[in-house]
Design a protein around this ligand. Sequence first.
Ligand code: F6R
Ligand code: MG
Ligand code: MG
Length: 388
Amino acid sequence: MVETTLSVIKADVGSLAGHVIVPDFVMELARKCMKDGVDKKIIKDFRVVNAGDDLELIMTHHRGEGAEEVHKLAWDTFMKCTEKAREMKIYAAGQDMLSDTFSGNVKGMGPGTAEMTVEERKSEPFAVFCADKTEPGAYNLPLFKIYADPFNTAGLVIDPNLHDGFKFVVQDIEKQVPSYVELQCPEEMYDLLALIGSTGRYVIKRIFRRDGMVTASVSTDKLSHIAGKYVGKDDPVAIVRAHSGLPAMGEVLEAFTLPHLVAGWMRGSHTGPLLPVGLKDSRCTRFDGPPRIIALGLQVSNGMLVGMVDLFEDVAFDITRRRGMEVADYLRRHGPFMPHRLNEHDMEYTTLPSVMTRLEGRFTEDDGSVGKSASSKSAKKLRADSAE
Ligand code: F6R
Ligand code: MG
Ligand code: MG
């Protein structure tokens, strides 16, 4: 049986007219670098796409996950694309390239990574999801629905291969040293939900079928934790393996028919609906959003990629997009107020500490009232005046 690794590695290396799209010439350069990687036999096959301002490298190979040669190929590709973007003064060139030198693996260096190694089945259909203007926890809700909600996935009830449930590996992304917990569904569903409802902290990393077959993998790299400050949203990717004893592609995609609220959008500091869109609509323009996601349908055959279907291009998702835009429009009316604006802890940009420093000495016990028992300056003055 052929063992193939699918590596999806992404970075924002600069984008056109703000944080909007990856320019065509950057995509072309990335394809050329990937082709060199095939010629040098580092990878077997590839696809290059963009999710808004993120350059997405989808690669297949037989070197396993975390393979230095593959990660170096991706890193060098991003570096060359950054150089080109800088030469053309493309906006935010090299945004996610947080180091000058490669040190064995792109993890912790800026780019995001989702990888999965499979023993190829008779037929191997996948979906690769790439999101823009949001964070890894954006996948928690749809992945839960795909693998644990029978109202989404009919197969959980009627396909004996799915009936035993799935194991979720959840990462606490606030921990500097990676920290994971495994939870089995349906038995531990409530514990799982207690964690993954906190989308900014507990993030689904991988999912396995009860017998150990891997079926989902998510990039959980948190840029702000790597750089120690805001450098751009993580804009995560996910690989989902479908069919033949796993949720069907239609069950996988059904989970995205609710434009659920995610953190990100403008300046990584707002809540907004996640819009499922076709490749042609993968450009965040309204208030730098709303956050959106593309889905690419692929198959793997002896290490080679077959096809690429633009899965959310379907008119069946029009209603979701329309609903999402109603929600986006409603939320925008809240301007700088929560919950449209995120709480201070989750905001990627915030002037709050400097505002607090400036106002520090101006917080007093004076509430401005003038009653007898009031301790305000104005009340004391009034009492003193009437005593004279
Ligand atoms: C969010 C994002 C944008 C920028 C915003 C400000 O992930 O990329 O919303 O945060 O456009 O951009 P700068 O700080 O580059 O002016
Ligand atoms: Mg950007
Ligand atoms: Mg982006």
